[in-house]
Write a protein that binds this ligand. Structure first.
Ligand code: CA
Ligand code: CA
Length: 85
């Protein structure tokens, strides 16, 4: 079940990336593994925390890029907008 959710979210993120190339970059938010760029590893970290809120076992405060205490599509959009940076 979780695996299926991960694939659905990953597909949605990639679809966003492919269909919305003109999204403005928002700083270098989204470098969740701190390796200096935003790539697929960061997307996977965010996908793992997708839907989580503080206290949830999958919660990752770093993946909550907009600070609204839930890892949602809004955070994914921020991350994807920095993809490749
Ligand atoms: Ca990274
Ligand atoms: Ca958020």
């Amino acid at each position: 079940m979780l695996k299926r959710t991960v694939y659905v979210v990953l597909f949605a993120v990639l679809a966003l990336f492919l269909t919305m190339p003109s999204i403005k970059a928002v700083g270098l938010m989204g470098d969740l593994d701190h390796d200096g760029n935003v790539d697929l590893n960061d997307v996977l970290i965010a996908v793992e925390a997708f839907g989580a809120r503080p206290g949830h076992e999958r919660w990752n405060s770093e993946a909550d890029l907009n600070g609204d205490s839930v890892v949602s599509m809004a955070d994914m959009i921020i991350l994807v907008s920095n993809f490749g940076n």
